[in-house]
Design a protein around this ligand. Structure first.
Ligand SMILES: O=C(O)CCC(=O)C(=O)O
Ligand SMILES: [Fe+2]
Length: 310
């Protein structure tokens, strides 16, 4: 009898859970429908923006393939990376390594990801006086986000990632997936060291972004995205369609991670990078950072400040 009651309770709970999950996903389906999405997003007057030929090239790649790649010195001039950015990155990396040794990394490993140490959190203010953080609001990236997302962008995630080699099987974002945050999104990765096939390069299925040739395959189930097995990816896409970005120190990768991608599964080398994300105002991801209320922030253009408000 006792067993039967337990079984009934179990049955009721699983049903309720199923109902709840169904309702949540139905809510997000509506929330992410083109109509509601457009309603929640903020309009942006694009006429004010003229892209440079370099930006136009990135935009074209993003629209066609879902990604683009170039070296940061192509944007800011030869030597910019080594003179201005490497010294900042070096200090951050030392601090991260110090924490990893001192406290075993404890709170550096967030959101169940024990393979990547992160630098920022809601309590550590970000200053745009810092030349790496300034990239996030630099016209080159910001205007690209406006044009690509076709709306007023919201900046949602700014961080350094130090991926640690591990022998574990790939998990979470190390497996093929589509991100859940928004219909379209623009992630920028600045690699602060060479990336080899052993240091967990980003892989991306060409043209799998929303509106791309393969945008409809393995669709997302908001609010969770979707995870796909390697064997299914191999069954649908040729090796040539599965791009893997091994690259040189100082390379930028732009990716619309609504497309199929994976990365960060280091086997023997570590990987160090700086990343920032633009979504629309209809995006659902929480922000991971806090802005320092300093002079550099006062001087940020109003249109960009909107992208940083809570
Ligand atoms: O670590 C990587 O290269 C991929 C991370 C990822 O999935 C993402 O940023 O959406
Ligand atoms: Fe992802």
């Amino acid at each position: 009898m006792q067993q039967l009651t337990n079984y009934k309770t179990y049955f009721m709970i699983t049903n309720l859970k199923g109902l709840y999950t169904g309702l949540v996903s139905f809510f997000y389906k509506i929330r992410m429908s083109s109509f509601i999405h457009r309603l929640i997003s903020k309009k942006y007057n694009h006429k004010q923006i003229n892209l440079t030929p370099l930006q136009e090239g990135v935009l074209r790649n993003l629209k066609e393939k879902g990604y683009s790649m170039l070296h940061i010195d192509e944007v800011f001039g030869v030597g910019y990376y080594s003179n201005n950015l490497i010294p900042i990155a070096k200090v951050v990396k030392e601090k991260l390594n110090e924490d990893l040794i001192m406290e075993g990394g404890g709170d550096r490993f967030k959101r169940g990801k024990d393979f990547v140490a992160r630098f920022y959190d809601e309590d550590k203010p970000i200053s745009f006086a810092d030349k790496i953080n300034e990239l996030v609001i630099n016209d080159f990236f910001y205007d690209l986000a406006v044009k690509y997302l076709d709306t007023h962008p919201r900046i949602t995630n700014i961080d350094y990632w130090l991926n640690i080699p591990k022998q574990d099987a790939p998990k979470s974002s190390q497996k093929w997936h589509r991100d859940y945050e928004d219909l379209k999104l623009l992630k920028v990765f600045l690699y602060l060291g060479d990336v080899t096939s052993e240091s967990g390069p980003l892989s991306y299925v060409e043209s799998s972004q929303r509106n791309g040739k393969f945008g409809e395959l393995f669709p997302r189930k908001f609010p969770n995205g979707v995870v796909v097995d390697d064997k299914d990816i191999d069954a649908y896409f040729t090796k040539n369609e599965q791009k893997t970005f091994t690259l040189k120190d100082g390379t930028l990768v732009f990716a619309d991670t609504s497309g199929l991608h994976k990365g960060g599964h280091c086997t023997s080398d570590e990987r160090f990078l700086y990343t920032f994300t633009y979504t629309s105002f209809a995006g659902i991801s929480p922000r991971n950072f806090k802005i320092s209320n300093d002079k550099a922030f006062d001087e940020v253009e109003g249109r960009k400040k909107i992208s940083l408000v809570e």
